[in-house]
Write a protein that binds this ligand. Structure first.
Ligand SMILES: Cc1ncc(C[n+]2csc(CCOP(=O)(O)OP(=O)(O)O)c2C)c(N)n1
Length: 374
């Protein structure tokens, strides 16, 4: 189905979401129509925030909002869906549009398998009726479901469309910014600077690039923990490691991920482990799922880090500036934050890790034992 037809059948004028590659057609189409005008297309920090903003939209307009997201975001919506939207609380109608990664019987990455298997049952448990949308779904079938959903909405209930990968078609949008340093080159420089010290990489292409860079540099993968799922949590994983090892720990975060759970920075700053270097590669976009902008273009992340209590805060826009910042981080031996202003983009032939998450973690734990004991 064309994303434009999907949007016109739904007939809403407010969408809020976190972008997803399975919903790429919808995300690109909404961006072309509305950009980041938050009255129509509010790209929120996390899916729970989307639900809350949708509730605010409903209260002020009486109209039904749409929340779009990858199924990974189901966890983030459960609390506000159960305790804000639910009919036994305020009874706020919302239409969810959920990209279905890890659909059973469709090949996908390990982090999507379990989530994909429980996507529909989570909706059942939450008492949210749904319809699965595939390439074969007709406009009439969608119209019928929206008709049924309207009856639910009028009773203060929610409904969901679970969209199979690529079911919504739209021409691919190209996103860019004014920066030149690539994420991949930044990660290569970080890997070199870190030597054999542990590196925690964020969700999305950063981990895939780190994996390939290790191969290219002939370095073992055991140095790295690839946070393949749980977007926004890699800095907290790094904090938990840094506080329990004597080694310096490097965290490679993304702007979308850092913003998704920005509160982590306050806790890291308050604990202030001297052996943690938190690097945010800020391309101002959710590049791994297409390139839709984050709010990081308008948020001074370095100032946030300072305010949270990071002891040293550095910014790099070029390879030289990044190398110098990495050097300073090593010399200073205090909790350091580096913001790397990066271009949007990735290699077209980027591969995927060839070790499983469990193999990755076992090797990483072995490595921590070696580098982490005094
Ligand atoms: C809770 C959750 N929501 C959405 C996603 C889908 N997702 C995977 S990577 C990504 C973008 C990450 O953006 P950023 O941290 O800025 O890193 P970049 O891809 O730009 O390097 C998104 C939205 C996810 N994995 N988990």
């Amino acid at each position: 189905m064309l994303a434009e037809d999907f949007i016109s059948i739904i007939g809403a004028d407010f969408y809020t979401g976190v972008p997803d590659s399975a919903l790429r057609g919808l995300c690109d189409c909404l961006y072309d129509r509305y950009g980041t005008d938050g009255r129509h297309n509010l790209i929120a920090a996390n899916e729970g925030n989307c639900v809350a903003a949708a509730a605010g939209y409903y209260m002020s307009t009486g109209r039904v909002p749409v929340v779009y997201m990858q199924n990974s975001g189901e966890g983030n919506i459960i609390n506000p869906a159960a305790s804000l939207l639910n009919n036994e609380v305020y009874g706020i109608p919302v239409l969810f549009v959920i990209g279905w990664r890890g659909e059973p019987s469709v090949h996908d990455e390990p982090q999507h398998k379990f989530q994909g298997r429980v996507t529909l049952s989570l909706l059942d448990v939450m008492e949210i009726p749904y319809k699965v949308i595939g390439r074969e779904t007709s406009a009439d079938e969608l119209r019928d479901f929206i008709g049924e959903a309207e009856a639910l909405f009028s009773q203060g209930r929610q409904a969901a469309l679970v969209v199979r990968s690529g079911a919504l078609e739209y021409k691919k949008a190209v996103y860019s910014n004014d920066f030149v340093l690539t994420r991949e080159d930044s990660i290569r420089r970080i890997a070199r600077a870190a030597g054999d010290e542990p590196v925690i990489a964020t969700t999305g292409k950063a981990g895939r690039e780190l994996f390939e860079i290790r191969e290219e540099l002939g370095q073992p993968h055991s140095r790295d923990f690839l946070t393949v799922g749980s977007m926004g949590h890699c800095s907290s994983v790094a904090l938990g490691i840094a506080m329990n090892t004597s080694s310096r720990v490097w965290c490679i975060d993304g702007d979308g991920a850092a913003i998704m759970h920005l509160g982590a920075m306050s806790v890291i700053g308050s604990q202030s482990p001297d052996n943690l270097v938190h690097i945010v590669i800020n391309n101002q976009a959710h590049e791994s799922v297409g390139g839709i902008p984050t709010s990081a273009g308008k948020t001074d992340l370095a100032a946030v880090a300072k305010a949270c209590g990071y002891k040293k805060v550095l910014t790099a826009c070029s390879a030289d500036e990044l190398d110098a910042a990495l050097d300073t981080a090593k010399q200073s031996g205090v909790l350091t934050f580096i913001e790397v202003k990066a271009a949007i983009g990735a290699r077209a032939d980027l591969g995927r890790p060839t070790v499983s998450p469990k193999e990755n973690m076992a090797a990483f734990m072995g490595h921590l034992k070696i580098v982490g004991s005094d």
